[in-house]
Design a protein around this ligand. Sequence first.
Ligand SMILES: Cc1cc2nc3c(=O)[nH]c(=O)nc-3n(C[C@H](O)[C@H](O)[C@H](O)COP(=O)(O)OP(=O)(O)OC[C@H]3O[C@@H](n4cnc5c(N)ncnc54)[C@H](O)[C@@H]3O)c2cc1C
Length: 521
Amino acid sequence: MRRWNGWGDEEDREELGAELLAFLREHIGPGRPREDLSLAQALAAVPPPRLPTSTRFSQDSELRLRHARGQSFADYLALRSGDPGPLAEAVALPGTHEETAEALAEAGRLGAIVIAYGGGTSVAGQLQVPRGERPVLNISLARMNRLLGIDERAQLARFGAGTPGPQIEAQLRGYRALLGHFPQSYRHSTLGGWVMTRASGQQSLRYGSIGQLFEGGRLITPGGELSFGGTPAAGSGPDLRELLLGSQGRLGLLTEVSVRIRGLPEHEDFHAVFFPDWENALEAARSIAQAELPLSMLRLSNELETETRMRRSGHAQSIKWLQRYLGMRGVGGGQCMMLFGASGSLAGVRRMRREALALAKRWQGVHVGKLIGQSWRKNRFRSPLLRNALWEQGYAADCVASTVNWPAATGLMRAVERAAREALAAMGERVHVCTHLSQVGRQGCSLCTSLVWPLQAEREADLALWQRLRLATAEATHAHGGSLSHQQAPAPGGDEFGLRLLRAAAAALDPGQMMNPGKLF
Ligand SMILES: Cc1cc2nc3c(=O)[nH]c(=O)nc-3n(C[C@H](O)[C@H](O)[C@H](O)COP(=O)(O)OP(=O)(O)OC[C@H]3O[C@@H](n4cnc5c(N)ncnc54)[C@H](O)[C@@H]3O)c2cc1C
């Protein structure tokens, strides 16, 4: 059962560990644990629905509460405080395309706004129910979680749009195939959600972004139905799939998604390389990306993230030996850790590893083998659980993700980290701030800056502090040539003409403005 007010399932736990906790206390002061409101208390405050009962929508209070928010910091804070804000009046859980169409038609008759709900992992506030006179209904795709068809020769598979990551790969494994889309939210996010948020995966370097994997599907809109795909590319004219990618449920409900799959790799390896400083490490990452080695992932931690990861590892003795070895090889304080992965045939993986390590060596990289990489692979979907563990110790956590061209990456990273520190210093607080780079390409990369700070005495103060952090880091990102990911609204100074085009598309598909109006465009 999913946790109602945090990440993961009820039984999933991740401990911070004594060393990391001591490190945080030293860096940003002691945490200030706060009592959460219980599910029972939150349920007692759920207002009665404002709509008549219906066979297609459930008015069950717990179901409504569980669909109230996503996973942004504001969502997390709202749920932990037991005050999720406005709720949808009811939730539909259709099992087929036809049932989804019926639910949408009924919502239309009721004059309601509809918010599509995939895995509920949105960090951009798109699932938040707006306040207002107009009733809101959730349509959850959770029951549409099956493989609907597979064409092994064309390497295509069609799934219900609500299928979460693990169920996609489990169902494909029987055909010795894989999709290969692994966002960090993989355990709970869904195929439809990935398309609607243009999600990126940890191994997109090899398997492609969701934009490349999304082959087609079926979309139900208030204005009619659309089918996409069926051929390798749009024969003529613009490709409507592009319009859907990242549209956050504003244009309609995606019920079925066809994706490009491939055979399971014969072999997969993950390696760790340490660099003496960030500058060398970044140049190594850039050279590897621009050499276009068909690696499956590359992730580079900056100085403080490397140190934080070492302290969290829980293997003090092994880390001591590792540091002794690195010291002998000229890698000491200020070190940065790179992980890279290679997937494919055994010979191909060996060749990629050789070439990547040769490039890393040019930038003073020291290869330390596969152990750290294997452990990353094993635990890669568990790190979001740390947010729960931090909260229990009285700390808040969030991250800021952006994309940037290579030449601006270091400046942007330092500016965002500085902006976060200064914003909190102005409020008399300290923040633990560290960054990693991933999603590398020839032009640039993504940066993900993690922020941890002590909780305040009450929710309003936490929210004010978080908003200050968001504003400061967003300004620094835009001022240094970056583009923020996971935004609720377009970037300031965005293309107004482009937005008008998108609004015109929405008006054609959704003339009554039913589909999550007011979000994104
Ligand atoms: C811990 C954590 C790690 C994350 N890691 C990554 C990452 O590595 N890469 C990344 O890109 N993102 C990441 N995210 C963000 C989030 O997981 C992605 O945006 C994901 O694609 C959302 O999928 P979902 O199924 O949860 O969609 P939801 O959160 O349920 O919905 C997202 C949006 O899509 C709409 N929507 C969902 N399904 C449909 C549908 N079938 N039809 C129409 N509209 C629909 C919703 O209305 C909403 O606007 C992370 C989030 C968390 C909390």
